[in-house]
Design a protein around this ligand. Sequence first.
Ligand code: NAD
Length: 471
Amino acid sequence: MVKICCIGAGYVGGPTMAVIALKCPDIEVAVVDISVPRIDAWNSDKLPIYEPGLEDIVKQCRGKNLFFSTDVEKHVREADIVFVSVNTPTKTTGLGAGKAADLTYWESAARMIADVSVSDKIVVEKSTVPVKTAEAIEKILMHNSKGIKFQILSNPEFLAEGTAIADLFNPDRVLIGGRETPEGFKAVQTLKEVYANWVPVDQIITTNLWSAELSKLAANAFLAQRISSVNAMSALCESTGADVTQVSYAVGTDSRIGSKFLNASVGFGGSCFQKDILNLVYICQCNGLPEVAEYWKQVIKINDYQKNRFVNRIVSSMFNTVSNKKVAILGFAFKKDTGDTRETPAIDVCKGLLGDKALISIYDPQVTEKQIMRDLAMKKFDWDHPLHLQPMSPTTVKQVSVTWDAYAATKDAHAVCILTEWDEFKSLDYQKIFDNMQKPAFIFDGRNIMNVNKLREIGFIVYSIGKPLDP
Ligand code: NAD
């Protein structure tokens, strides 16, 4: 029986390995992590991450051919293929702080693999890493091993949180990069056979190592660039009377452009887009390509601009101050169907409103109060002062409350601010919400999910991104 071990039981490692276990009953899959609470949660009824469809798969496979464990060394030693899916955040200190990828976790995983291995292994980069990382990992593995042969593959993950299981079942493509040597080709073939259990072979792309590593950064940069492009257009729409939804539709029907990822919003979030673009910017700078670095930097700058613009619109609409006014925040996760709040635009919007002394009341169906308070205590990235922490003052903490439903959050509020496109927000009783709010009652729709005309009929003053303003 082929044995797979995945180091890192997070948003990628957990779902990816659960799907491999489901689709490949003849493969034994162990997902290992240094975090005891995370592994305990994977072995419990309350999984550590929320993804539609994930719980069913885990229940079906756990204990049969899917195992979650903190015994990292044992499972690595026994595995034929070791996936490494540890976090690769942005460096916070030292050389490249605020831009470069922090490969500390990757390096320690590689050293451990080298130390404990007693048989040849394929080591798979599942994490998103800078191009050329495999070269560094090879050095670590080769240096420490005792005659054991390692083949490194790059197999970046393209799943999106919220649709992880559907994406893993039906990926647009699986990408595998390897060394262009007989051993490299053999390793690529071995991994290809794993995926071929459910992915059509013509959708499994094989490339050299560096192309695979760079493709992941490129794909995220292109996706984020589309969002920043449409968001830049939304600002122009508001100044000219064009409607961004109509513009997106008209542009997206061009088959060369396509309609996906063209929804204007308060901005992109998530743990990957900003981190991976910062990483790309850093790699360009290190390779003596400042103009290319500057080009990609703009994608993040427009994202920041969009979030600031949204906050300014709220404050200016509410007669230039939100001081002591209650603003209900509907949604804190960076997108619907996930409880992940990493880099969510809600952090910037809430901090902007708190800075103007608003009283904010937050509701999100999947995000806990603890998560929200932790996130609001973090200072966000800015180009001039990268990544320093600035805890909330005790006075600011008093401005924040977290509620158990949307009606509690909006009661007596002056404004409602929709920051995540949760389906349940579309079907709330907005008449009831309006009746229980201060007047005039404002709605700021940061995701363009609401029917503006219906809300205006009820009596709300509505701002929707990139749409004509209230008459
Ligand atoms: P995560 O933080 O949810 O999970 C990483 C896990 O690795 C953590 O549980 C951590 O405890 C564990 N870990 C770190 N060092 C370890 C070690 N030495 N031994 C054992 N466990 C260790 O991260 P994630 O969201 O799953 O992302 C993982 C990688 O995949 C990142 O590089 C990310 O950029 C990339 N990625 C993420 C997504 C996404 O949607 N989250 C999508 C595609 C790619």
